[in-house]
Design a protein around this ligand. Structure first.
Ligand code: GLO
Ligand code: MG
Length: 345
């Protein structure tokens, strides 16, 4: 039987202008149409959307106009053979989200965040997808005493329930990250995300999206995080990338910092039958600031190529020999086996 094939996705923010907190942009903006063209050229079938990627300026549009624009975007995707993977409400870039959305200390901001999230559900449905990704970017604190975590947990559940109630088809994938832009996020790990979902009004419609770098920033092994979510049937998306230790969120090319960890992530996706679920493999990777505009999509192509090479490595891993090492409790031999396999020996 042929091994299940993976489907790949990218977000428009992955083709960026190269700015960082210390300097201005270094490349011209890439139009949304060119992002879609790149996706087709690189063999990416899925597009990940922030709500305002799909419908720019949606804050100033009526709900019906928002839906009409999202429907136009859907026709554009259809014409190119692309599909929308998810829509994420981009709460963290709006002035009302300055102190977080759902957990803001300002009740008007909390109300705004929920209303905007409902519009994201409308956008998703019009794009033909039912998945809402919640990256709770500013749902946390820089000054720990500024918010009450007991209240914040209740507020997060209230927001999740409002999104679930907005449309009975809507599903939510929480994408946890422990820090940046906040110091301490309220939902730092997959365990927190799954626990929160289980307390919602409809736990069957709440899952997770795991990003490699976010797990590493939490001091956790990304493949173990993925395995935990897979075992619960809750891994509804991945953002594969890489991260060199505990520093700012680097969004490096998949495998660039730790090829063995990348192998382990691919292997767990294979072990958990992820490809057969039809869910996407997304790469949340950034082009390096030094990269010239004409080659500023190479990070996506490389991530996908590395992923596919590692699928081959996972499928050709000498499982029988590994099982013998494990049975003999000879983990040094297992270590050698893994390293030799990765080195191509
Ligand atoms: C940032 C996040 C971000 C999200 C995206 C979708 O650290 O990884 O890129 O994945 O906004 O919600
Ligand atoms: Mg991400």
């Amino acid at each position: 039987m042929p091994a299940a094939a993976y489907r790949f996705s990218l977000g428009p923010w992955n083709i960026g202008r190269g700015a960082d907190p210390f300097g201005p942009v270094v490349r011209p903006a890439v139009s949304f149409d060119d992002v879609l063209k790149t996706a087709v050229e690189l063999g990416f079938e899925g597009i990940q959307f922030h709500d305002d990627d799909a419908v720019p300026d949606l804050e100033n549009l009526s709900p019906s106009k928002i839906v009409a624009e999202a429907e136009a975007m859907k026709r554009k995707l259809d014409g190119l053979g692309l599909v929308a993977e998810f829509v994420a409400p981009r709460l963290w870039e709006h002035p009302s989200g300055i102190d977080g959305g759902y957990t803001s200390n300002d009740p008007a901001a909390r109300k705004w965040a929920i209303e905007r999230s409902k519009r994201s559900v409308d956008v998703a449905m019009a794009l033909g997808c039912d998945l809402i990704v919640l990256w709770p970017a500013r749902e946390g604190t820089a000054v720990r005493e500024s918010k009450n975590p007991v209240t914040a947990s209740a507020q997060l559940i209230e927001a999740i329930n409002a999104i679930l109630a907005a449309n009975p088809k809507a599903r939510i994938a929480i994408e946890p990250k422990p820090n940046e832009p906040v110091d301490h996020a309220f939902i730092p790990t997959i365990g927190h995300a799954l626990a929160l979902g289980s307390r919602s009004a409809d736990p069957a419609r709440v899952g997770v999206l795991i990003e490699t770098a976010h797990a590493i920033l939490a001091g956790l092994d990304p493949s173990d995080e993925m395995g935990f979510a897979l075992a619960a049937g809750k891994l509804w998306g991945v953002h594969l990338n890489d991260q060199n230790g505990l520093k700012f969120d680097q969004d490096k090319v998949f495998g660039a910092a730790n090829l063995r960890s990348a192998f382990d992530q691919v292997r767990v996706l294979e072990q958990g039958g992820y490809a057969a679920t039809g869910r996407f493999v997304g790469f949340d990777v950034k082009a390096q600031r030094t990269q010239k505009a004409e080659a500023a999509t190479a990070h996506l192509a490389t991530s996908k190529a590395v992923f596919l090479r590692l699928v081959e490595k996972a499928r050709s891993f000498p499982e029988t020999t590994a099982a013998q090492c494990i049975a003999a409790r000879d983990y040094e031999a297992l270590e050698r086996l893994v390293l030799e396999h990765l080195l191509g020996g």
